[in-house]
Each structure stands twice: as C-alpha cells, then as structure tokens.
Design a protein around this ligand. Sequence first.
Ligand SMILES: Nc1nc2c(c(=O)[nH]1)N=C([C@H](O)[C@H](O)COP(=O)(O)OP(=O)(O)OP(=O)(O)O)CN2
Length: 187
Amino acid sequence: MLGTETTDHATAHRAALVTEDSAPTAHQITIEHTFETAHRLPHLGGKCTSLHGHSWRVAVPVIAPTLSNDVTVVEFGALKAGIREWIDTYLDHGTMLGVHDPLAVHLYVAKCKVFRFGADSCQTTVDAELLATDLVWPTVEAVAVLLRRVSQAALAALPCAPDARVGRVFVRETHLNTATYGPVDAP
Ligand SMILES: Nc1nc2c(c(=O)[nH]1)N=C([C@H](O)[C@H](O)COP(=O)(O)OP(=O)(O)OP(=O)(O)O)CN2
C-alpha cells in the first residue's frame, strides 16, 4: 500500500539520520578575537616598508573526536580568556617587527609596545617572543603560525575533550588579505 511505503520510507530516513556516519566525524568549536597592531615588512619592499597598522582578526578552531564529560570540546570563555590575554598583552596597540629592524630601538625609547619576530634567547628577548624565533618577519602567514602556538598553549592549560587539538588558525590583516595555518587534514 502507498501509505505504508511512505511511512516505512520516513522511518528508514529517521533511522539513517541517527546512525553514525561511516566517514570519521569530529566536533569543532571556534573562538575569535580582534587586535589593533602595526607592522612593517621592509624585505618585501614597496609600501610594506612603511610602518602601517591593521585591525587584525583571528579565528581559532578547536577540534575533538568526542566531547568531554561536560559535553563540550572546551569551555568558550576559558579558551577566549587565555588567547585574548596573550594577544592583548603582547600585540594589541603594539608593533610587530623583525628582530633586526632598526625601528625597534626608537619605539622602545618612546615606551611603545614592540613584539619582535626572529628573536632568539638573549638578554633583551622576552619569553613570549621565543614563540616566533623561527619566523623572521611579521607577515600574515607568520602571525597565523604564532597565534596557533599561543592557542595550543592556552588549550593545553585547560580541561578539554580527549584528543582536542587546535585546527587551522585563520588570520585577517585586511578585508582582502588572509592566511590560515594548521593541520592539512583540518577543514
Ligand atoms: N604573502 C604576503 N604578502 C604580503 C604581506 C603578507 O603579510 N604576506 N603583507 C603585505 C603588506 O603588509 C600590506 O599591508 C598589504 O599589502 P597589499 O595587499 O598589497 O596592500 P593593500 O592592502 O593596500 O592592497 P589593495 O588591495 O591595493 O588595497 C604585502 N604582501
């Protein structure tokens, strides 16, 4: 009978919806933050040589195959607090420079906040800068790598779902220029 077939079809459809996919699945949550920071990239030449500022935006996804006992990947507020504190302390309303940029000394004298990329451990290096030792200039790509490291450290300090990891971190420098950095298998 037509009515019975329709009912059977609907039941099968509902069952398929609640059955686990055969493809691997995962949970993903994302937090975002913005910061106002200047940089310059003299090695690229042209207008990038001039000190200029951007309203940067970062999006940090965290992926986990299963949820924690409190049915979260990680608590949003705690994750945001950790990442925001680092960004607001070291980057917001500051300037990102390459370690050999002669501009740095003038900014220090003027009591400006400076974060140097490419700084290795020496007396003038602050611990936070060691996260960017291998990143010689503050390109958007380098900022994405740095902020993924910051996010990994923030996540590691929090209770979270088993095997939770930071996915591809997204950084926006301008409305037209963005970069992502993270595992190739992450969306
Ligand atoms: N791969 C990268 N290329 C460039 C970077 C970078 O970080 N990674 N950075 C710059 C400059 O910092 C600059 O701020 C952006 O340059 P550009 O897009 O050329 O300049 P505009 O925003 O003014 O672009 P319009 O589209 O003309 O408005 C350069 N390259």
